[in-house]
Design a protein around this ligand. Sequence first.
Ligand SMILES: C[S@@+](CC[C@H](N)C(=O)[O-])C[C@H]1O[C@@H](n2cnc3c(N)ncnc32)[C@H](O)[C@@H]1O
Length: 386
Amino acid sequence: MSKFKIVAKTFAGLETVLAGEIKALGAESVTVERRAVSFIGDQALMYKANFHLRTALKILKPIAEFEVPKREDLYIEAKKIPWSKYLAIGKSFAIDSTVQSEMFVNTMYASLKLKDAIVDQFREETGKRPSVNPENPDVRINIYLMGNHCILSLDSSGESLHKRGYRVGQGDAPINEVLAAGMILLTGWHGERDFIDPMCGSGTLLIEAALIAKGIPPGMYRKSFGFELWPDFNESLFAEICNGEYEKEITCKISGSDISIKDIAIAKANIKSASLSKVVELKVEDIINLVPQSPGGIIITNPPYGERMKPQSIIELYTSIGNTLKNRFAGFEAWIISSSLDGLKSIGLKPAKKIDLFNGALACSYRCFELFQGTHKQAVIIKKRL
Ligand SMILES: C[S@@+](CC[C@H](N)C(=O)[O-])C[C@H]1O[C@@H](n2cnc3c(N)ncnc32)[C@H](O)[C@@H]1O
């Protein structure tokens, strides 16, 4: 099978975890880039990347790379590509763009020029043209234009890979599935210890944790991937990848709670849809009253950031999260993501680690708090003695 360059796109801050996932699939020449990881692989690896990677949003297959010294050059260069290799007249296409170029201040203009080049080539050669369908195209083409440098790729994923296929409901602020998986993998957790999300909302972190612990690929629930509509789709190869033995027994407990009855009902429906009802425990509970069921474990949570709350209430909420952790969760490690720095400070614990992440457009800090019995100083002394 021939090998080619593949690019996996992700969120800022998750590049290194994604590179680790890609290496584990056996890729060659894995290179961390800005919000992306590139690697070399064959068709099977491209299918596997779509099916297995938890922290990838898109898997792109670059088909052309060129310089655009003048605006007109985009159309001229794009028209040199033999588009009939990738698209047929009866099929539809859409163009996604990432453009940062003084020549193309209006990013739509770059997409428009690329569309014209494709359509004009078909018209000149056959008198007919493929149609454009932005919502549900047969083939998605990606244009990446940084300054004068342009890369055109085929999008092998189709819809973004965060759309796993298990979600049947969502609360007010569900976390993106790729971000949730990345947050868990950043901690190094793979199911070794009990897992708790005490503000679980629609259950995204719980479901992603269960998938990681059980070794279930995130693509297991997807109805389709973009590459299934490509002319070179190898159905038996993909079936082999999908039909592997994936599910393993887990020994840890995964549990979630939330103050909202409505959110717990939504989480329950999502967990059922992912066939994980036997793996994840749920209850309605204010974090203030939460009591651990085991002597240690990991807490990963995404509390409200205060976007719709009064500043005083956010300080009170984070202070009570801190009090619960300090008073009852000694022996646990807690990881909290928030865009509210005032809130995070009100937890009243010194973070052992801080990682910068984005939740949508919101710049967030993802902080680890190690919860020891007694003071931090005593814990350091005990750790040193061991
Ligand atoms: C940002 S949402 C979490 C979203 C979740 N990660 C998801 O993917 O759907 C924050 C959640 O905290 C819950 N919450 C707020 N105050 C709480 C409290 N005192 N105790 C427990 N949960 C609380 C809210 O009901 C809400 O579901």
